[in-house]
Design a protein around this ligand. Structure first.
Ligand SMILES: [Zn+2]
Length: 426
């Protein structure tokens, strides 16, 4: 009989300190034994024993004492869907490590339940949703004014009306900013919903953004290109794939050449093949996305691929968080790896190996060389105030808002030969 006891004590001692079974088992075997003796036998502090004894619910008992209650297993799909919801409703601002929550938890949870209902999915319980999913990142409660200086300025506008011509222009610009932000955000959501409701298998929605992966006091640029496509078998009927292109060296610039090389990879590896239409969205990064060169590139890519391409931009300071969320997942995997193994991560190859273990994430070293640069392109005047671009074989069309039917900017494609040769791999 005492051998059973010894075996049990030894087994508990062998459990990792983080095991959820440790405390309840300790509580069970320590019953009616002096705390100081238990502490000595198990090589823990008396305080640990006290804490274990005070545990409200004995886990072991809870598993056997309620045979009628079936413990609902939290499905991975439910967690995935909750994360999808939070990436929209409580986004991680660009470059930050916290979620921005603008409503009360009550409201957020109500919104989440409605979101699940729309998708005919079972919602997670409120406690689990808040403690395990929402609090998996830090949370800050805030309005938009803290992340957008323009919205903030409009909110705190103090110059009395009527305004001077100069002030009026500035005020109009702020009003326009808010309107554009709302319109572009809505356009994105409508597009995404259309994929699902119209089961549009021939359309891919692509969101791209750069993030910086910080390792061992240096950093690597990472271009994240997210694919959204309809899939009847996927969670929420939406299949997502996060493609990471990690810079080959820490001094590779996140420029247009980097972006073009990665898109050439997508084309060359058949990743665009299943689709007839490609709807791209990104923020208006003036260094690598919203440039005349890149609009020329996507015009030529349309020709080379035979796919209809449209490029939509979010309003400035109101980019979308899906890439930030993807970046946060990848960075978290890197941190966990380094913490658990003690192995420092400092090469692009190590980074991609780790990211490739994260579900839905695929990483490669970007097929680019830091000395490659794009040739100069004649600037398309008015490009910054346009938010949607489409193409034909010789023209770039710009629209103020993505919902606008009629283009209000046309610009001839230039230097087509450069990208033609580039895409042909010549
Ligand atoms: Zn704003």
């Amino acid at each position: 009989m005492t051998q059973y006891g010894r075996n049990l004590v030894e087994s508990i001692g062998n459990l990792p300190t983080t095991s959820p079974l440790r405390r309840p088992l300790l509580q069970m075997v320590a019953h009616d034994i002096r705390v100081s003796h238990v502490a000595a036998d198990f090589g823990v502090t008396p305080r640990t024993v006290y804490t274990a004894m005070q545990e409200e619910e004995n886990l072991v008992q809870s598993m056997v004492s309620r045979p009628g209650v079936k413990r609902c297993r939290i499905e991975e799909d439910q967690i995935e869907l909750a994360t999808q919801f939070l990436d929209e409703a409580a986004p991680i601002p660009s470059g930050r490590t916290y979620r921005l929550v603008r409503v009360t938890y009550e409201n957020l949870y109500a919104m989440y339940r409605a979101f699940c209902e729309d998708r005919r999915a079972d919602p997670l319980g409120k406690t689990y949703f808040i403690d395990k999913i929402l609090h998996a990142t830090n949370v800050r409660h805030s309005g938009d004014d803290t992340i957008c200086k323009l919205c903030d300025k409009k909110k705190k506008w103090q110059v009395p009306f009527p305004l001077s011509k100069k002030d009026q222009e500035q005020y109009d610009e702020l009003v326009d900013h808010v309107e554009t932000w709302h319109q572009q955000g809505q356009y994105y959501l409508q597009k995404k919903n259309l994929l699902i409701t119209e089961r549009r298998q021939n359309v891919v929605m692509i969101i791209q953004d750069f993030t910086q992966i910080l390792v061992q006091s240096t950093f690597y640029q990472d271009l994240i290109i997210v694919f959204y496509k309809f899939d009847a078998n996927a969670v929420g009927n939406l299949h997502r794939r996060y493609n990471h292109f990690v810079a080959p060296t820490s001094d590779t610039s996140n420029d247009g050449n980097f972006v073009a090389r990665c898109w050439k990879h997508l084309l060359d590896h058949g990743m665009l093949t299943p689709f007839d239409e490609i709807h791209i969205l990104s923020d208006g990064g003036g260094k690598h996305f919203k440039t005349t060169a890149m609009m020329n590139f996507f015009g030529i890519l349309q020709m080379a691929s035979g796919k209809k391409i449209e490029y939509n931009f979010f309003e400035r300071y109101h980019g979308h968080s899906v890439c930030d969320a993807a970046a946060a997942h990848a960075k978290n995997a890197l941190n966990v790896y380094q913490r658990d193994t003690g192995v420092p991560v400092n090469t692009p190859q190590q980074i991609i190996n780790i990211i490739n273990n994260v579900q839905n994430h695929v990483a490669i070293v970007a097929p680019t060389v830091k000395t490659d640069v794009l040739p100069p392109f004649k600037t398309m005047n008015g490009i910054t105030s346009r938010h949607k671009f489409t193409f034909d074989h010789k023209t770039i069309f710009g629209r103020k808002l993505s919902k606008d039917q009629q283009e209000n900017l046309t610009f001839p494609m230039a230097n087509s030969q450069y990208f033609g040769t580039f895409l042909a791999g010549l």
